[in-house]
Write a protein that binds this ligand. Structure first.
Ligand code: PLP
Length: 383
């Protein structure tokens, strides 16, 4: 029947395999080489997998460092007793420098002015705030262009409230088959690092590789790799950058059937009565809706798995409930019952509904599918 965890406060839940996470970390570490630290990227609630628990599992398995998007995410990890270094990849306003110091968090420096303000707070406390400098080599998001970096680092040298531990850049297209732009970004970063070394300004830890670059551009591994999606066992790009054998998806999304109903021809389902039964049908309700990250429009999941068979969604997805068609499942295998397991992402018997397949249906990528599953869906950790 189902392995529904009755201790979970809802009848839908995310199951995260600790074994898969540890396995994927080992696979990443093998590719990076035993001596090269892996920075586990666990922003956005660890891509929906649950940041505190994922951090605990990966730290225990040997992840050396962690990265998040915001100071708030870093503080949550400190509250969960994570002791490893945590880098905030995004912008942190200098007004929050005291908080960063209090929680022993490493910040990203994106410009000299912010750096000076961060230094002022840290030095007024007699402290040194660890920072990594962000270089914009062609993502054109955060950071300064390579030509501005020697000047910025020389300026940072004069600020004793900052400890410049690292320098990094981020690729825009390392997950594409065409590596020309990523290679140009890396060439710019490498040339900068050479200049900095010569000038005695190179920070100790230079890093660039995300999961896609880890897999496909070994020359970019440098002093550390920053891996997110591969740790979760998901493809950096489902067409152009698939994970090799040896990785396994860590996340499954499950629910139980809450009610089974007969529809007569002409009966309509859900808000707006958009779906009208053309013939007698058997439907089941699942306790999952758009307020869980199960999209309503413009594209839905299309179908979910019941007994390893596709059960199509009927009518509009509601805020916390959705109706599915189990007629074909019943014809093949007999009555569907309240309490039966439904799989929204993951395996059921021999069938699999992957985050990649869902992302194709919904018109996005697998990062988006898993990270938008909201916090109100309980996360359950299994071996
Ligand atoms: C700056 C930075 N580094 C590393 C990563 C990890 O990327 P991936 O999940 O593709 O490994 C991200 C995530 O988007 C990022 O923003």
């Amino acid at each position: 029947m189902t392995n529904f965890p009755f201790s979970a406060p809802r009848t839908t839940w995310i199951e995260v395999s600790a074994g898969a996470l540890v396995n994927n970390l080992r696979a990443v570490q093998t590719i990076a080489g035993p001596e090269r630290p892996v920075m586990a990227v666990i922003k956005a609630n660890a891509y929906g997998h649950g940041a505190a628990a994922v951090a605990r599992i990966l730290a225990q398995a040997g992840a050396a460092r962690f990265a998040v998007a915001t100071l708030g995410e870093a503080i949550e990890l400190r509250a969960a007793a994570l002791t490893q270094p945590i880098l905030v990849l995004g912008y942190t306003p200098p007004q929050q420098a005291a908080l960063a110091l209090a929680h022993d968090v490493t910040l990203t420096v994106i410009d000299g002015e912010t750096a000076t303000a961060l230094h002022a707070v840290a030095s007024s406390q007699g402290r040194r705030l660890p920072v990594h400098v962000k270089v914009n080599t062609g993502m054109n998001r955060l950071g300064q262009r390579p030509e501005a970096i020697p000047g910025l680092l020389a300026h940072l040298r004069t600020l004793d409230g900052l400890e410049v531990e690292g320098i990094f850049t981020h690729f825009a297209t390392s997950d594409e088959l065409d590596k020309r732009h990523a290679a140009a970004q890396f060439a710019a970063f490498s040339a900068l690092l050479a200049d900095l070394t010569e000038a005695g300004l190179r920070p100790a830890i230079a890093h660039a590789a995300n999961s896609a670059a880890l897999l496909t551009m070994p020359q970019t591994h440098l002093d550390m790799v920053r891996s997110g999606i591969a740790l979760y066992g998901l493809d950096p790009d489902m067409d152009e950058c698939r994970l090799p054998a040896g990785f396994a998806p860590a996340l499954s999304w499950k629910a139980i059937v809450t009610q089974v109903t007969d529809l007569a021809p002409g009966d309509a389902v859900s808000y707006g009565r958009e779906f009208v039964a053309p013939r007698p049908l058997r439907t089941a309700v699942i306790p999952v809706g758009y307020a869980d990250g199960f999209p309503r429009r413009p594209y839905t999941w299309g179908s979910v798995l019941v007994r390893g068979q596709a059960a199509p969604i009927l009518g509009r997805v509601c805020m916390d409930q959705t109706v599915i068609d189990v007629s074909a499942v019943e014809q093949a295998t007999g009555p569907v019952r309240q309490g039966e397991e439904v799989v929204l992402i993951g395996r059921q018997g021999d069938a699999q509904l992957s985050a990649e397949e869902v992302s194709r249906r919904v018109g996005t990528n697998n990062y988006d599918v898993v990270s938008r599953i909201l916090g109100r869906v309980p996360r359950v950790y299994v071996a």
